[in-house]
Write a protein that binds this ligand. Structure first.
Ligand code: URA
Length: 243
């Protein structure tokens, strides 16, 4: 990679700004000042120092977003605000949301440019658990709840994979619960609940695999994943067997 591109990708300034800095001898590579913006680096091995700071090249970026309702999960949209609009400017290139939350769904959304990890998290073969908190109305019988747990016909070719249900409160025709599913079918939670006689009135994703929504992260905000969160996710998808 060219030295000026390396510095630009790290958001250290515009291309012309970093070229100037390089020409002024403010950048050294492996201890030697390099004044050529087109200098070819091995960005994973070479030590680059700019204004006294050692720079590390991050190939991939990983953000946890606390998605609010009213925002669409897409990389761009002509008319609507997308989840990408909630990321700070210059936070990395080629980022995409991992999976999709409906416009009215809130909660955890991972955004990354690591296509390999995204693919593994979304692969139906990996059965990565996604836990949702939901509120619903209607009448959910014990049989209906058992159907959610065992597999329910939501009009697709196959019934849903077994899910975990944790009922939190129930009063008259209103239920609060957590539902853990291992697939990512279109509107899956809403359709599962509908298939057993309920209607989802509020939906929030709490976790995906080992990654849990940071309860200190305000709605509409994002933060980079910690090293621990990232290594846990990588380990999970590396070790979960393809069934
Ligand atoms: N299931 C749904 O129905 N909606 C979502 O946004 C996510 C899962």
């Amino acid at each position: 990679m060219r030295l000026d591109k390396f510095l630009c990708d790290l958001q250290l300034g515009t291309r012309s700004h970093v070229k100037d800095a390089i020409k002024k001898g403010l950048v050294s590579v492996n201890g030697v000042p390099v004044r050529l913006p087109e200098w070819k680096l091995d960005e994973r091995r070479d030590t680059v120092i700019y204004m006294g700071k050692s720079l590390t090249y991050l190939q991939f970026h990983y953000y946890m977003l606390h998605k609010p309702a009213g925002i669409v999960t897409a990389t761009r949209d002509q008319h609507e605000t997308t989840v990408m609009d909630l990321l700070p400017a210059g936070c990395g290139k080629n980022l995409s949301p991992v999976g999709r939350l409906d416009k009215d769904t809130e909660g955890l959304l991972l955004i990354t440019n690591d296509g390999e990890l995204a693919h593994r998290l979304l692969s139906p073969k990996k059965h990565v658990e996604k836990t949702y908190y939901l509120e619903c109305s209607g009448v959910l019988t014990a049989d209906g709840l058992a159907m959610l747990e065992n597999g329910v016909d939501i009009g697709d070719e196959a019934v849903t994979q077994p899910a975990k249900v944790r009922l939190i409160t129930r009063s008259d025709c209103s239920y609060h619960m957590e539902l853990t599913i291992t697939e990512g079918r279109f509107h899956q939670v809403k359709r599962m609940v509908q298939a057993v006689g309920g209607s989802v009135t509020y939906l929030k994703r709490l976790s995906m695999g080992t990654l849990s929504l940071d309860t200190d992260l305000p709605k509409g905000s994002c933060r980079p994943l910690t090293e621990q969160e990232l290594s846990d996710l990588k380990q999970l998808t590396a070790t979960t067997p393809d069934r």
